[in-house]
Design a protein around this ligand. Structure first.
Ligand code: EPS
Length: 374
């Protein structure tokens, strides 16, 4: 069974991943992992922290001479900012009276986390709730992506919308070559999105956006209609929803399907040599909780980051008095980072589904089993 665990605090020593269940014999491309980490740390609208971090993966176990051994793979992404935070964060002993956060930020984990974990300092919650954790999920997710790639399954994504700017054009898989600026495909839309980010920055505000994800090459029959736990759409959307700031996920037409008649939703079938073919893909490649051999199409919505430089109205939990939420430092928009993370978590969950169906102690066995599927 494939399983991913992560650990680490945003201003602690680093973020870490343990990835179990990757078969032996997968040759890793470390440069591709570091490129994904760099992309996660980039994008128009990021704040000061990203100038400090330049994330690289360090493999601690499970790999020999760049090839997986089948043993748990332990990964570290060290936090450079730890040097500036050691005095307040060191597990071995530190000053916890400094850097307290009690003016809780609406929309963040601060208040509910303080209540749930019986903390007087939201720092003891927010350090883990922070999206910095996603660096570990990207490092691990890139290994999962490389496993899928070895089977001919390709994951891609792009940013469809930022704030009020949205790109509703339907793109072919080959057309998905996202810009390094914001991950969008249409340069004019992207410029408009950058202008909206500039306005937000000037006003101390933040912006979210929408992302589309596609999977090409996934054969029919992954996931199952037999038990609800195995449904592919539930598993993949659950993975997307596990990413910080994601508030919505949909498959294929998604919410739009609810507004159309059945005749304009379901993908009709036409006879062909082996299996009947579809001329549309409104289902987003999933019917009955199983991949149907078409491209998987998913979308996710990211809410604006809850740390606003201008601060929202809140309560200081130390005094009970009205207050303005602590600004900390903040990104204005992290949609390109979010898009990168979503690709990684999608690759991770999909690899788990593939390995559950096909098993394989060694990549060669997995490759053969996947190849033998019709
Ligand atoms: C984050 C706040 C910012 C972000 C951070 C997530 O960090 P800081 O408080 O240090 O300025 O930059 O994201 C990352 C560091 C990262 O690598 O994604 C938060 O509150 O969630």
């Amino acid at each position: 069974m494939m399983r991913l665990s992560t650990a680490g605090e945003s201003h602690g020593k680093g973020v870490f991943a343990i990835l179990e269940g990757i078969p032996a014999g997968l040759r890793l491309d470390l440069a591709a992992i570091d490129a994904a980490l760099a992309r996660r740390g980039s994008g128009y609208g990021r704040g000061g922290r990203q100038k400090i971090e330049s994330d690289r993966v360090e493999i601690l176990s499970g790999v020999r001479d760049l090839v997986t051994l089948g043993s748990p793979i332990a990964l570290a992404v060290w936090n450079r900012d730890y040097e500036n935070w050691k005095a307040y964060m060191a597990p071995e002993g530190c000053d916890t009276s400094a850097r307290k956060l009690t003016k809780v930020r609406p929309g963040h984990a601060d208040l509910t986390g303080m209540h749930k974990f019986a903390q007087e300092d939201a720092r003891n919650v927010l350090e883990r709730a922070s999206a910095r954790e996603t660096a570990a999920r990207v490092a691990a997710g890139e290994i999962a992506r490389q496993l899928l790639l070895a089977l001919g399954v390709i994951v891609r994504g792009y940013v469809r919308g930022v704030g009020s700017v949205s790109d509703d054009k339907i793109y072919s898989f080959e057309e998905i070559v996202p810009s390094p600026v914001l991950g969008m495909l249409d340069p004019e839309k992207e410029q408009a999105a950058c202008r909206e980010i500039d306005t937000c920055k000037a006003e101390g505000d933040t912006l979210g956006g929408t992302v589309e994800l596609r999977v090409k090459g996934l054969k029919s029959g992954f996931g199952s209609c037999m038990t609800y736990r195995e449904k592919l759409d539930a598993r993949l959307c659950g993975a997307l929803m596990s990413v910080q700031a994601i508030k919505g996920a949909e498959v294929g037409l998604g919410f739009e399907a609810a507004e159309r008649r059945g005749s304009l939703v379901h993908d009709e079938l036409f006879p062909a040599e082996h299996m009947p073919v579809r001329k549309t893909n409104h289902a987003g490649g999933i019917e009955g909780g199983m991949s149907n051999g078409e491209e998987i199409v998913l979308r996710a919505a990211m809410k604006p980051i809850p740390t606003l430089m201008k601060g929202l109205r809140t309560v200081d939990m130390a005094t009970g008095a009205p207050a303005v939420a602590a600004p900390e430092r903040s990104d204005v928009c992290a949609i390109l980072a979010c898009e990168t993370v979503l690709e990684s978590v999608l690759a991770t969950e999909l690899s788990a589904v593939v390995l559950e169906r096909l098993g394989g102690d060694h990549m060669e066995a997995l490759r053969q089993r996947y190849g033998a599927l019709s």
